[in-house]
Every structure is written in structure tokens, then in C-alpha cells.
Design a binder for this molecule. Structure first.
Ligand code: FAD
Length: 194
């Protein structure tokens, strides 16, 4: 399978970087083709500008968006790896979605005004870390809120089938052995999924 990973963490020594490495190693170990778009390393411009609208409306695409469209088109599975920041995704990834998951490419509205996902046939996976415990986020309804605004409102809206959404909680405060256990859980889940 062709996997596209959208990675959003600025620190190459972060636990998210360890999750990325684990994911790539696991998938490649099973013969999958993996493309990583490391948004901070790419210095991806996350700001949807007036000029973008002008380019889209003229039937063309901004050059950097076109590159990402090619990666998305080739992918069977799109995986997003990022830390939860302010109960959502880092702004650079939100901006990637704003600019790259564009009208006419990722979705459109039909004549009745109903949205139609244009990325059907692809699977989506999200891997998140958080500072809060997963129990706390479950208890206040935040886990469900995060799933609704990503699995449903981004992947589902565009026709992508969400296959799982993994949450690793209290990442900065647990001990090293617990974090190693999280990476083991991740490897096992990837093995089941793909
Ligand atoms: P890091 O801080 O990079 O690493 C955590 C620990 O793991 C470090 O000790 C590191 O050395 C260690 N580590 C690195 N590699 C490995 C490895 N291979 N094996 C074992 N250990 C390793 N949290 C919430 O719950 N809700 C929020 O709304 C929220 N908002 C935030 C907003 C901002 C702007 C920021 C900066 C943080 C916020 N947080 C929030 C916390 C954030 O989600 C966590 O700090 C983050 O998810 C932890 O992941 P990390 O990759 O950044 O961990």
C-alpha cells in the first residue's frame, strides 16, 4: 500500500518524532511504500491567502498545493501524527488542511448543496499525543470532540474512511518505560491494521 504521513512537530527529538520513526519502520518493514511530509521541515506555508482563492478560481492551483495534491492522490492511507495543542491540531497542520484539502479536490457540493467527498477509497489514521490523561479527556467529552472535528469533519467529509484514532495521554509526565510501552502498542496496532 502507499502511505502518506502528515507530520507536525517542530522538535526532531520529540516523542512525536519517535512515533513517526516507529510508524515508518513498522510500515516499511511490511513492504509498504511510505512518504512523509514533515510540515515544519518543509516550512509549509499554512496561510490560506487571497491569492490562493484567485488561483483556485482561475482553475489553477498554487504550486506548493499541487505538490501535496500529487502525494494525496497517490496515497491509499493518509496518517496524521501530531500533538494535541489547545484541544486541536498544531496550526501548521490546520493550515495544510485549509489550503490542500481544497474545494474541487477533496470535496465539492452537489446541485442540492450536499457535500460530496472526493477522496473516497482512501483510509485515514490519526495518532495523537496529549498532556492530559486519556481518562480526563474521555470524562469531559474532549476525546469525542477531537474525533468529531477530525475523523468525521475532515476525513469523513472528504470521503476518507477513518480506520483508527490513537490517543497517547500524559506523555510528558509518564516515565520512559510507559512511553516505550506506547510505542509497542503503536507497533502492534499498525501490524493489525496494515
Ligand atoms: P515531548 O515533550 O517531546 O516528549 C515527552 C518526553 O518523551 C520527553 O521526556 C522526551 O525526552 C521523551 N521521549 C522522546 N523520545 C522518546 C522515546 N523514543 N522513548 C521514550 N521517551 C521519549 N495537552 C493537552 O492534553 N491538551 C491541550 O489542549 C494541550 N495544548 C497544548 C498547547 C501547546 C502550545 C503545547 C506546547 C502543548 C499543549 N499540550 C496540550 C501538551 C502536549 O499535547 C504534549 O506536551 C505533547 O502531546 C507531548 O508530545 P511531544 O512529542 O511534544 O512530547
Amino acid at each position: 500500500m502507499n502511505h502518506l504521513i502528515l507530520f507536525a512537530h517542530p522538535n526532531p527529538k520529540s516523542f512525536n518524532a519517535a512515533i513517526l520513526e516507529t510508524t515508518v519502520t513498522s510500515l516499511e518493514g511490511k513492504g509498504h511504500r511510505v512518504v512523509v511530509r514533515d510540515l515544519y521541515k518543509l516550512n509549509f506555508d499554512p496561510i490560506l491567502k487571497g491569492t490562493d482563492f484567485e488561483v483556485f478560481q482561475s482553475g489553477r492551483k498554487p504550486a506548493d498545493v499541487e505538490v501535496e495534491h500529487d502525494h494525496i492522490q497517490k496515497a491509499d492511507v493518509i496518517t496524521m501524527i501530531y500533538p494535541i495543542w489547545w484541544s486541536g491540531m498544531p496550526a501548521i497542520l490546520k493550515g495544510y488542511i485549509d489550503r490542500v484539502f481544497s474545494y474541487g479536490f477533496a470535496y465539492r457540493y452537489n446541485d442540492e448543496g450536499v457535500p460530496v467527498g472526493l477522496l473516497a477509497g482512501k483510509n485515514g489514521l490519526i495518532i495523537n499525543t496529549q498532556g492530559n490523561t486519556t481518562d480526563y479527556y474521555d470524562s469531559i467529552g474532549m476525546t469525542g470532540a477531537v474525533k468529531l472535528t477530525t475523523d468525521t469533519s475532515i476525513f469523513g467529509f472528504c470521503g476518507i474512511e477513518p480506520v483508527d484514532h490513537l490517543f497517547f495521554g500524559a506523555v510528558p509526565t509518564v516515565d520512559d518505560a510507559t512511553r516505550q510501552g506506547m510505542l509497542k502498542t503503536l507497533r502492534e496496532r499498525l501490524d493489525q491494521l496494515f
